[in-house]
Design a protein around this ligand. Structure first.
Ligand code: MN
Ligand code: MN
Length: 302
């Protein structure tokens, strides 16, 4: 792929320290260190490297998936080169890259970066339905004032492009009134963090799977602030009342299937971390790639 040579920089470490050949890898790891619109605690540009480093310290065996993630065929291509000061140009590079990877039959696993990158992913991967794990709705029309495409407005732009029926928020718990009203008006599905807690992972997964069954292509976006900040303190916008890591991994284990065309993990901010958020980010990705790898060979059940 020509774009890989033009726009991608190699990273000093590869995810989990294991590199399968590009040609045989269905899952391709790509860093997207865009960190331009962060308003509170910037630093997500350092996240792809921090996640890769943290991944080296974890056990590679996924107990839930009963698969050793070292045997999961991933290839880490490195990081997309950010165009300094130009969010749109960076996103269009990322979109082209993801489109190329998808055409080559790959499932991109993207290490953010700020949440804005999900817009490029949705465009590059053929406008899939989106499972949006986040503390926030990201449905503001502008934020900061006058900025239409940022980490705080990205879901609004997605709903405009995809329609409200193609976005499902999970774990949300922080919004302004305008965002909640907009979500209701546009029929955007959502489960708050307290509803997730009350329902439990099995019921949540059942509802999510029912929703996903209407679509051929599903994209999974995980804003790390969906976890409680006591687990993952190093995020750009920490928000209390978050999910437990076990809840998130249980849900992912039950919902990731062959419909998934891509996945991202965004908003980790290493300068504000004590090491824990990076470990959680790496763990989520190790597990998610193991679940995906197992499901790629399993027929769809619904
Ligand atoms: Mn968030
Ligand atoms: Mn977000």
């Amino acid at each position: 792929m020509e774009e890989l040579e033009l726009y991608v920089n190699k990273s000093p470490y590869v995810f989990k320290g294991v590199q399968h050949p590009f040609t045989s890898a269905r899952l391709v790891i790509l860093g997207a260190p865009l960190d331009s619109t962060s308003t509170y605690r910037p630093g997500s540009r350092f996240a792809p490297l921090a996640i890769r480093e943290a991944s080296l310290s974890l056990e590679s065996y996924s107990w839930r998936a009963r698969i050793d993630s070292e045997s999961v065929a991933t290839h880490d291509v490195g990081d997309v080169e950010v165009v300094q000061g130009d969010v749109k140009a960076t996103l269009s590079r990322l979109e082209r890259l993801l489109h190329g990877l998808s055409k080559a039959g790959k499932i991109p696993i993207i290490l953010g970066g700020e949440h804005t990158i999900t817009y490029a992913a949705a465009q590059g991967l053929g406008r899939p339905a989106i499972l949006y794990f986040d503390a926030h709705l990201d449905l503001r029309d502008e934020y900061p004032l006058g900025v239409k495409l940022s980490h705080a407005t990205v879901a609004r732009r997605l709903v405009e492009v995809l329609g409200g029926g193609l976005v499902f928020f999970i774990g949300v718990r922080a919004a302004c009134e305008e965002e909640v009203e907009y979500a209701e008006r546009r029929g955007v599905k959502r489960l708050t963090s307290w509803e997730v807690e009350e329902l439990g992972s099995v019921e949540v997964a059942k509802r999510v799977r029912e929703w996903c069954s209407k679509f051929n292509k599903v994209y999974v976006s995980i804003d790390l602030d969906v976890l409680d900040p006591s687990y993952a303190p190093g995020v750009a916008n920490p928000e209390p009342e978050g999910l437990k890591p076990t809840m998130l991994l249980d849900i992912l284990n039950l919902v990731l299937d062959r419909r998934v065309v891509g996945l991202d993990l965004v908003e980790l901010s290493p300068p504000y971390d004590n090491g824990l958020a990076s470990i959680h980010a790496a763990k989520i990705l190790l597990e998610a790639t193991a679940y995906l790898s197992r499901k790629l060979t399993t027929p769809l059940s619904s």
